[in-house]
Structures are given as C-alpha cells and as structure tokens.
Design a binder for this molecule. Structure first.
Ligand code: ADP
Ligand code: MG
Length: 227
C-alpha cells in the first residue's frame, strides 16, 4: 500500500516535470524559429545578423542545459543497480566534463583515489548526479579555480567529495537547494540539484553539503560499501 502510494507520487512528480520541462523547451525553440523566419523575410546588416545569431546560440544553450539537467532523470525505465568501481565512474565523468572545465579555467584534481572501492548504483544516474554537481562547482568559480575530488573508502561506505573554492551559499540558499526551479543564475534551470537529490536517494545514497558564502562548497555523496 505504502509502496504503491509512493510509486504513484513519483509518477506524478515525473509527469508534472516532464510537462513543465517540455513547456520550457518550447520557449527557446520558438525564439530561434522566430529569428530564422525574420532572416528569411529580408536581408539584414552583418551586425544585425550577428546579434540575431548570438541570441539564437544563447537560446540553444539554454535548451541544451535544460536537457542536460533533466533528461536522464526523466527516463521512465528503472534500471537494475550494478556493482561499480567508484573511481572508474568518476574518471569517466571527468572525461566528459573536461572541455567544460577547460572553458571555465578550472583545473580538476582527483585525490585520494581509491580506484577499487565498490558501490551499488545505476551507472547513468550516478553519472548524471556527478555531472550536475561538478558543473555547479565549475559555475561557482566564474574566474576559474580548482575543483578537488576525493574518493574515500570508509568502514561501511564509499564517499565521493567534490570541493570548490567558489561563491559558496548562504544558509537560506543551502536550505533551498534541490527545490524545483531554485536558481541564483541568470540562465539557470534550478533543476540540476532536484534531479541529483532524487536520483541519489533512489540509489540508497546520501548527499551532504557544506558551504560558506564567498569561500566555497563541498558536496559529499556516500554509498554503502559493497564488499
Ligand atoms: P542551476 O545550476 O541551473 O542554477 P541547480 O539545481 O543545479 O540549478 O542549482 C541550484 C542553485 O544552487 C544554483 O543556482 C546555486 O545558487 C546553488 N548551488 C549549487 N551548487 C553550488 C555550488 N557548488 N556553489 C555555489 N552555489 C551552488
Ligand atoms: Mg546546475
């Protein structure tokens, strides 16, 4: 009974967000379409064209970001959890994030590397959670900096800690973290952390945050250790 209630709620949440995300995707698409139609109708100066193209690129990036933050979470199929090596999953994610880090002048350092510590997780969802956290870390350091990642095998669990030296958050901001559409960024979706909390909980993991305004933030994910 409880289980089916929870499932029902989860489905409702998913379909609610799927609806609002597709609604939000429509805005940038409409905007790009509008500019393309304008440019078909008449000849614009080079300057004007560049301006239109700049706006279209921004709109496409906004749509892309929305898909990145949300898409994997919305996948309806519940995949089986599998035994994974935390270290090699982190390495795979870092490969994906390298261009973005480079673009943001952020150096990613992987320390205390326990390559063999094993956890039970859904590979894609774990990647999504890590990508969302790492991306936020990079975005929190607009002038560049260092992002430190440490993997630790502890007595009963494996932790993955992501530490940035960026903007940090106030107490209120920490409390609102994970609330749908809570974002302090002009182009933010405010969906990344909601998705991250949800998928980490689904996998039986935990997230801890510690942050200080102006100093930086660290997120620690932990999963039961698989022996
Ligand atoms: P978005 O990144 O689109 O704003 P998220 O759900 O990923 O949405 O994050 C929500 C908000 O949480 C961010 O806008 C930011 O204010 C705050 N936040 C998340 N991670 C960090 C971080 N590493 N440093 C500072 N603030 C953060
Ligand atoms: Mg984000």
């Amino acid at each position: 009974m409880l289980n089916s209630l929870m499932k029902h709620e989860k489905l409702e949440t998913v379909s609610h967000f799927a609806a609002s995300v597709s609604h939000e995707l429509r805005n940038p698409l409409q905007s790009v379409k509008g500019f393309l139609q304008l440019m078909q109708e008449q000849e614009y100066s080079r300057e004007k064209q560049l301006e239109f193209q700049g706006t279209m690129l921004e709109e496409i990036e906004a749509a892309d970001q929305l898909i990145n933050d949300y898409l994997l979470f919305a996948k309806p199929v519940q995949k089986q959890l599998e035994v994974l090596k935390a270290g090699s999953e982190v390495e795979q994610v870092l490969k994906v994030m390298k261009p973005y880090a480079h673009w943001g002048k952020v150096e990613i350092r992987l320390a205390e590397f326990h390559g063999t510590a094993k956890i039970l997780a859904d590979k894609q969802k774990l990647h999504q959670a890590l990508i969302n956290i790492i991306r936020n870390g990079i975005e929190a350091m607009p002038d560049g900096g260092t992002l430190d990642i440490a993997i630790k095998e502890r007595k009963n669990d494996v932790s993955i800690k992501v530490n940035d030296t960026g903007n940090g958050m106030t107490k209120e901001e920490i409390q609102r973290l994970g609330e749908p559409y809570f974002s302090t960024k002009s182009k933010g979706t405010g969906l990344g952390m909601m998705v991250t909390y949800s998928i980490i909980r689904q996998m039986g993991g935990e997230i801890q945050v510690s942050s200080e305004k102006g100093k930086g933030t660290s997120f620690t994910l932990s999963f039961p250790l698989v022996r």
